[in-house]
Design a protein. Structure first.
Length: 308
């Protein structure tokens, strides 16, 4: 920003007018390769592979390859856990993609050996003290907003589950239209063992994919689900030694189809599954999460022994 009464070049002007004989300095062009979210930074790498460098290493990256975009959770040293910073970054990118008519398929994956280990329990809250209970409630619904933004995309979405997908990480994968999982990867929903209800709109996502009985078993037993079990349950579409490559192959096939029929199909299926799965079932998810914390949730250090 420039100070009031100063030109971009640093010299003062009268009432913001032009100085005789000088052309006003031209503001630097906005670089579409970089978005800045409220609590994090997002690097968007173009086809040429170049990107502006932020002051802090981005933990969410978006690479574009023609009509295919790859969205990567890039915090491998922490197993791609989701702090408020990552949520804000994801919401910023997904908001941009919502209005992107050039991208037709979005692939979501993780860097390193994990897809995502879910919520960052070491840094679960946003910085700054909330002003009141309404703001606390709003903050508690941050995961709901991320999942809703992912589900709202008009593009076909594919989760390339390259490693463990735990809790909120598994929910992000379930919010995609289809899923490809690595052969050695696994999924786990540990919220009940942690003293928390499963929120972020996850229960309807599970019910629509695997049915009520499997959902109750998976959520209440908190057992690890292998790639083979995930395929048998209907949680994933494919098992692959290289899920990102397989997801790209599927994306290429989709992009090769006429664009409007694909868009119509996505819209129709989304309407059908939304009407079937959600209804009024998730309206209080954020409130349940907040109340669970108020009542002492997250005091359990982790899932029962042998379930990690």
């Amino acid at each position: 920003m420039t100070r009031k009464g100063k030109a971009p070049g640093g010299r003062g002007t009268k009432s913001g007018g032009r100085r005789a004989g000088r052309q006003p300095a031209r503001a630097p062009a906005r670089t579409p390769a970089l978005l800045s979210a409220r609590s994090g930074r997002v690097a968007v790498v173009g086809q040429a592979g170049s990107a502006a460098q932020p002051d802090e290493r981005p933990t969410v990256r978006l690479e574009r390859h023609g009509a295919i975009a790859v969205l990567t959770l890039d915090r491998p040293e922490k197993l791609n856990v989701l702090s408020p910073r990552e949520h804000h970054a994801l919401q910023a990118i997904l908001g941009e993609l919502k209005h992107d008519c050039q991208t037709r398929v979005v692939i979501l994956t993780g860097a390193g050996r994990a897809f995502s280990a879910g919520a960052d329990l070491t840094n679960p809250r946003e910085s700054g003290k909330p002003a009141n209970d309404l703001e606390r409630r709003h903050r508690a619904r941050i995961g709901d907003r991320t999942v809703a933004a992912l589900e709202a995309l008009d593009q076909i979405t594919i989760a390339a589950i390259n490693g463990l997908a735990v809790g909120g990480g598994a929910v992000l994968a379930l919010a995609c239209d289809m899923r490809v999982i690595a052969r050695e990867a696994w999924m786990l929903i540990p919220e009940v063992a942690l003293g928390m209800p499963l929120t972020w709109g996850a229960l309807p996502l599970l019910v629509r994919e695997i049915g009520p009985a499997r959902t109750i078993e998976l959520v209440t037993t908190c057992e690890r689900v292998s790639a083979e079990q995930a395929l048998a349950f209907g949680l994933v579409n494919h098992i692959s030694d290289d899920p990102l490559t397989r997801a790209r192959e599927i994306a290429v096939r989709i992009v090769g189809q006429p664009e409007l029929p694909v868009a119509f199909t996505k819209a129709a299926v989304r309407a059908l599954r939304t009407g079937f799965a959600t209804g009024d079932a998730t309206y209080a998810d954020g409130d349940l999460y907040w109340l669970a914390i108020q009542r002492g949730g997250l005091r359990v250090p982790g899932p029962p022994p042998g379930k990690r």
